[in-house]
Design a binder for this molecule. Structure first.
Ligand code: PLP
Length: 406
């Protein structure tokens, strides 16, 4: 780990130097499920977590996963990391590792639908309750903490409403109550380094920007050495016992794609800023953290690593579900991108989260948090000619809505 001042996440990735077994420029991929020991005693020590650089069994850890974990921990400026077979694998393992029956969680109310469903519907089966709060109001977070509260959970930039959590303020609250702050940084890799603002555990869905190719699902947990080792403990570690492991081949692929992440994030941000500024100028209701009109624009600026911009995610409010559907179908017809869930792809993706990725959130709660049926979430791609994309979007918008933008 480096001091905040000297931690430059893109350089951390650039400087990774892993040699392959035969001098390959990419580290060798281990395709073994189990590993041999020359001495039985070393095997015992490995079981007890006393050895460095030894592998026991690939559900526990494997070399390709280790390389990727090292890379991600350097990027996130944490001591250690582990990788999982999906983002939900990372989220559920962390929560189940930290929580027991009778415990309580304080969570942001605007989180990914799967995370919301796990907190709201699954954990109560284990007698674990969650209080959902407006995360942009730290006072409400503190008020919601009870003696049984065991963690605070939030996304830094929330899905799908793009609300920004003030990580330093939340971390101060967590410290006062001696509980960990768990943060999902999926929307904003490199842009934010939440550990530098005091987050204890940083989670990613690697499926999104980090891998960037939409050809796999994966997740990661970045935290202290103690916490990661605990999660991998053969006797009671959730990452060992629940089996959320990432496959070696996939880990090797994500590691290669991680090397282009700094360039990709810059371009996603540049394109999304251009589109949102131009659309806002024409009176279209867009939300993007890079716009001054975004309610947490200043909070974002205070926390960000400025060289990566404000990210690739924006929303457009089409007012009704019907218009949102027509807008998305026409955008796809015009080849602006795909009507698809997920994000962080090289092509633009769009969907209406109210009826899709956030449908787990009951309608009345969606209304309360401002998640309307007409809201379209866009993950802006790496388009080389973004002016051409803007022209297409404006044409579609004019056709679908009554507001003329031309
Ligand atoms: N976190 C966020 C912010 C997400 O948007 C998603 C998926 O959409 C996840 C976590 C879950 O990740 P995965 O689909 O890799 O399990």
């Amino acid at each position: 780990m480096k001091s905040k001042k000297f931690h430059k996440p893109a350089n951390e990735i650039q400087d990774l130097q892993f040699f392959g077994e035969f001098g390959g420029v990419n580290p060798s991929i281990s395709d073994s499920a189990t590993y041999t020991f020359m001495h039985a005693e070393t095997m015992l020590d490995t079981f007890e977590g006393k050895t460095e650089g030894c592998y026991l069994y690939s559900r526990h850890s494997h070399p390709s996963g280790k390389y990727l974990s090292m890379a991600l921990s350097r990027m996130e400026n944490t001591e250690s990391a582990l990788v999982t077979g999906s983002g939900m694998g990372a989220i559920t393992s962390v929560l189940l590792h930290l929580l027991s029956a009778g415990d309580h969680v304080v969570s942001s109310r605007t989180v990914y639908g799967g995370t919301y469903a796990f907190l709201k519907n699954f954990l109560p089966k284990l007698n674990i309750d969650t209080h959902f709060v407006d995360i942009t109001k730290p006072d409400l977070v503190e008020q919601a903490i009870r003696p049984e509260t065991k963690l605070i959970y939030t996304e830094v930039l929330s899905n799908p409403l793009l609300e920004v959590a003030d990580i330093e303020a939340l971390s101060n609250i967590a410290r006062r109550h001696k509980i960990p702050l768990v943060v999902d940084n999926t929307f904003t890799p490199l842009i934010f380094t939440p550990a530098n603002q005091g987050a204890d555990i940083v989670i990613h869905s690697l499926t999104k920007f980090i891998n960037g190719m939409n050809d796999m699902v994966g997740g990661a947990v970045c935290s202290s050495k103690e916490f990661i080792n605990d999660m991998l403990n053969v006797n009671d570690g959730a990452a060992m016992l629940l089996g959320p492991v990432m496959d070696s081949l996939r880990a090797a692929e994500v590691l290669k794609n991680l090397h282009t992440l700094p360039v990709r994030m810059k371009k996603h941000s540049e394109n999304a800023l251009f589109l949102s500024e131009e659309m806002e100028k024409r009176g279209i209701r867009v939300k993007y953290p890079g716009l001054k009109s975004h309610p947490q624009h200043e909070t974002f600026k205070q926390m960000m690593n400025p060289e990566f911009g404000f990210g690739g995610m924006m929303t457009v409010d089409l007012e009704t579900a019907d218009k949102a559907v027509r807008f998305m179908e026409k955008l796809q017809e015009m080849n602006v991108g795909y009507l698809a869930v997920s994000l962080g792809y090289f092509k633009t993706l769009f969907n209406a989260p109210g009826k899709g990725t956030s449908s787990e959130i009951p309608e009345e709660e969606q209304a309360e948090m401002g998640l309307t049926d007409g809201l379209v979430r866009m993950s802006v791609g790496l388009d080389f000619d973004i002016q051409r994309t803007l022209d297409k979007i404006l044409k579609v918008y004019d056709e679908v809505s009554s507001v003329k933008t031309g």
